[in-house]
Design a protein around this ligand. Structure first.
Ligand code: 5GP
Length: 180
């Protein structure tokens, strides 16, 4: 089997949309400092691009979580692998995610972060698959709603590969040509 990646969202389309969302966030947080919380590893590429386009003061923190569950289905119970370095108390927090699928992981995570007493807590995602939603999650900023396909690139992996692609793609598997 060989793999190739079909482009779903080009680098230009993604960059343009991140610029627009960055401008919108800058307007919404006028006069404030926004504290970006990146969920590793997938959210890191999007977070860096987004942060560069925000014109109000920005601070950053990172967390890494793993979701208990099978390979294909998250249970929603989250274990913190790496916690944030700083408290969230009285900060205007914007959680930056790569993709929202069932919503299980994020709804659990948001509850956990809300308990830490931020002044405000909002959510920004690069991709959203609304068809797959099981748990209702309010998303404040969405770059793209996409169909139910497994995507890679811009931080998203398939077996730890393809995170570095500058676009969003779908991995397609092809049978090798058999030569007699
Ligand atoms: P949820 O709890 O919303 O079902 O799980 C969300 C997580 O599943 C994402 O943070 C991401 O790690 C993973 N995920 C969901 N859909 C995709 C996809 O299409 N591609 C990749 N690479 N990961 C996905």
């Amino acid at each position: 089997m060989s793999e190739k990646v079909r482009v779903m969202l080009s680098e230009e389309a993604v960059d343009k949309k991140i610029q627009e969302i960055g401008e919108q966030i800058s307007r919404d947080y006028e006069g404030k400092q926004v504290h970006l919380v990146c969920v590793l590893k997938g959210g890191s590429f999007f977070m860096c691009e987004l942060a560069k386009r925000i014109t109000v003061p920005v601070s950053l923190d990172f967390m890494s979580v793993s979701s208990y569950g099978s390979e294909t289905k998250s249970s929603g119970v989250v274990r913190i692998v790496k916690d944030l370095d700083e408290p969230l108390k009285d900060k205007d927090v914007l959680v930056v995610e790569d993709i929202i699928d069932s919503g299980r992981t994020l709804s659990y995570l948001l509850e956990m972060l809300r308990d830490r007493g931020p002044k405000s807590l909002k959510l920004c995602t690069l991709l959203d698959k609304p068809e797959r939603r099981v748990v209702d999650v309010h998303v404040d900023y969405t770059c793209f709603q996409i169909p139910d396909e497994f995507v890679v690139g811009y931080g998203l992996d398939y077996d730890q590969r393809y995170r570095n692609l500058p676009y969003i793609g779908v991995v397609e598997f092809e049978d090798e040509e058999v030569i007699d």
